[in-house]
Design a protein around this ligand. Structure first.
Ligand SMILES: [Zn+2]
Length: 258
């Protein structure tokens, strides 16, 4: 697990699995954990990382309701969970789905957890909207399309955008079963001016990137999605993301837009 300080109030840790990111953000005496690393040792280490840096984690936030972003309960079992109304609805409508998918992942990769995933009913956050933290406010912006739910979290005083599963340097746009290419494109349109307001973008998967690189990825992703809708399987993948794993995601996307 890699930890990077982006600002005195922002630390990003990146999981060894899927390069899943987790952002710690603080203001005054309060800190939140946004999303989560994936592996048990990383989740176990996180409280020490937070404490050493003076981050007192009092709440957990998920950018969306995919299981790999919901594991913070292993690190901070007492911190309540908050999520966009759309994510809370998804968790309510698919009870046990995150736990089941986590179990399938753990079975496949021989991963042992200290116990089952506890997933409290999340506090619902109105999106677009604001979330108070210490002396500051986080900005919440809708970010759906990858899935039917989700939000991007802007940390204005630190000039950081935590965007969920968009703008990834390692993953092409992924249209999940409940996602949609048109919603994804609309989210990219919404993210563009937000990227213009920050120095760093934290994608759900992959390394932290600067605003300029994020804008370049945004344009590539937009071009890919337009091509996907028009050409299906023949759509060219973004140049730096043409691995076997990304081709599999592409094949899935083709079936979604067909
Ligand atoms: Zn994800």
């Amino acid at each position: 697990m890699k930890a990077v300080g982006l600002h005195p109030d922002v630390i990003v840790v990146t999981s060894r699995f899927w390069q899943t990111t987790c952002t710690l953000v603080k203001s005054g005496e309060e800190a939140f954990m946004v999303d989560s690393p994936v592996l048990p040792d990383e989740l176990e280490l996180l409280p020490a990382v937070a404490e050493q840096s003076g981050f007192r984690v009092v709440g957990r936030v998920a950018t969306h309701a995919d299981w790999d972003h919901l594991l913070g309960g292993y690190s901070f079992p007492d911190a309540p969970l908050a999520a966009a109304e759309t994510s809370a609805a998804r968790l309510r409508n698919e009870p046990g789905a995150a736990q089941r998918e986590l179990r399938e992942f753990d079975d496949e990769h021989y991963v042992e957890r200290p116990g089952p995933l506890s997933l409290p009913t999340p506090q619902m956050l109105p999106v677009p909207g604001h979330l108070a933290i210490g002396e500051h406010e986080l900005e919440l912006h809708p970010a759906d399309g990858h899935t039917a739910d989700g939000m991007a979290v802007l940390i204005p005083w630190a000039a950081v955008l935590v965007c969920g599963d968009y703008l990834s340097p390692v993953e092409i746009p992924w249209i999940s079963a409940d996602g949609s290419a048109s919603a994804y494109l609309a989210t990219l349109d919404r993210l563009e001016p937000l990227v213009g307001r920050v120095e760093h973008v934290v994608p759900g998967h992959g390394t932290v990137i600067g605003a300029e690189r994020a804008l370049a990825i945004l344009r590539e992703d937009r071009a890919y999605l337009h091509a996907l809708v028009e050409q299906g399987a023949d759509a060219p993948l973004p140049l730096a993301r043409r691995t076997g794993a990304q081709r599999k995601i592409h094949a899935e996307n083709v079936s979604r837009v067909a």
